[in-house]
Design a protein around this ligand. Structure first.
Ligand code: PLP
Length: 405
């Protein structure tokens, strides 16, 4: 008789047990402030609330300047533009990320080069990055993916040796610190997303961080159709540099207000995510063949979009993670996703072969790990008992693996 609920057995948990935090969070206090902004008609064009949020978010990540934009894809595009990346240049990105990272390279007319991931953090492998460098390489975009931090120390050392700019994609790493210093402030520019599902969310929006005043000014002009930060609306004081393509990628005061309020609560939320990680690590230690995506060698405070769980030993390597995820759902475990998969295989990444470059040696780590990885979404990581529930369900699956083969 089947034991696993997916095959007709009794589910381990009922509908009300593994609960997730409703996301994004809402509050009456923020709703009141949004009403005020709405009635003020000051919705856009570098409003005071936008400037405040930029300063606060930058300071939280140890950066000097913040430039709010409409999402975390155009932040990457503007970062590349601000650094002067364009046609003829190559930009190295990890094989595992959301397609936006790779598409931003295409938007500026450069060639995207995919490099393999590290088998523990699942972020860009420093060795694969170095191997992918050519005389045309102008930038690299390490992505801090799910709950892993790219090895910034090694990546920046290699990049500096070759004169390559580093753009940190921190769409998953709000609040993260590497070696005591905030994510997004280590390379030339850091990029964050505040899209609906992210750990800080305004539905849409993104921000670039930098410590370089010149880059801050170029980023600002790039998102504000060429205006300088010091210009009043409709009164351009000086022209943008001719080499800089400028867009309208402005953010809104309404988004900034939502994010300002979330930032006040964020350290406590992040603390819960970190505690959840530690509990989960202990719980999963009892299940052979299962490991957590590791945090990064010099991570001093982790951010969590989600927590990667890799099931690649003790027979699990014969079962696709999609099957395990379905089995977990049947046991009552919610908000577990599969990974994005390798970008080069994503249905929406449909560029001409000449528009990107692959490693002829292949992608050993990402091809081995991604089919056996799933992610626990951050909004399931605030109830500490969910760690034990998740582990119990995975243990049940481990004990009855043959039912899934
Ligand atoms: C790693 C990564 N980079 C960039 C982005 C793009 O952000 P947005 O959706 O705000 O454009 C995302 C969003 O999902 C992401 O996950």
């Amino acid at each position: 008789m089947a034991k696993l609920a997916i095959n007709g057995g009794t589910p381990l948990f009922g509908n009300n047990e593994y609960q997730v935090m409703p996301w994004p969070p809402v509050s009456e206090k923020t709703a009141d402030k949004l009403r005020e902004i709405y009635l003020s008609r000051a919705w856009s064009f570098n409003s005071p609330v936008e400037q405040e949020f930029e300063k606060e978010f930058a300071a939280f990540h140890d950066a000097e300047f913040g430039i709010l934009m409409s999402n975390g894809t155009v932040t990457l595009e503007c970062a590349l533009e601000a650094l002067g990346v364009g046609p003829g240049d190559e930009v190295i990105v990890p094989d595992l990320t959301w397609i936006a990272t790779a598409m931003s390279v295409r938007y500026v007319g450069a060639t995207c080069v995919f490099a393999d991931i590290d088998k523990d953090t699942c972020c860009l492998s420093p060795e694969a990055f170095e191997k992918a460098i050519t005389p045309r390489t102008k930038a690299v975009i390490p992505v801090h993916i799910y709950a892993g931090m790219a090895d910034l120390e090694k990546i920046i050392e290699i990049a500096d040796k070759h004169g390559i700019a580093v753009i940190e994609d921190c769409a998953h790493m709000h609040g993260g610190k590497w070696n005591g210093k905030g994510c997004g402030s280590h390379g030339a520019i850091g990029s964050f997303s505040f899209q609906q599902s992210k750990a800080m969310s305004a539905g849409e929006a993104g921000i670039c961080l930098t410590n370089d005043q010149k880059l801050a000014e170029r980023l600002y002009r790039a998102k504000h159709i060429g205006y300088s930060r010091y210009d009043k609306q409709g009164q351009a004081g000086t022209p943008p540099p001719q080499d800089l393509i400028c867009h309208n990628y402005r953010g809104l005061a309404l988004q900034a207000q939502i994010l300002r309020d979330q930032l006040v609560d964020f350290p406590a939320l992040n603390q819960k995510h970190n505690e959840f990680h530690d509990l989960l690590e202990k719980e999963l230690a009892a299940i052979p063949g299962v490991r957590l995506q590791s945090q990064g060698r010099l991570a001093t405070r982790q951010g969590y979009y989600s927590q990667g769980v890799i099931m690649d030993g003790d027979g699990f390597e014969k079962i696709d993670s999609e099957k395990i995820r379905a089995a977990l759902a049947a046991e009552g475990i919610k908000a577990i996703n599969t990974t994005y998969g390798p970008v080069r295989k994503h249905l929406l990444f449909n560029l001409k072969p000449e528009d990107y470059r692959l490693d002829p040696a292949g992608y050993a780590n990402s091809d081995a790990i991604i089919p056996h990885m799933m992610v626990i979404m951050h909004y399931g990581m605030t109830d500490m008992e969910n760690a034990a529930r998740f582990a119990a369900a995975l243990k049940k699956i481990a004990d009855n693996k043959s039912e899934l083969m």
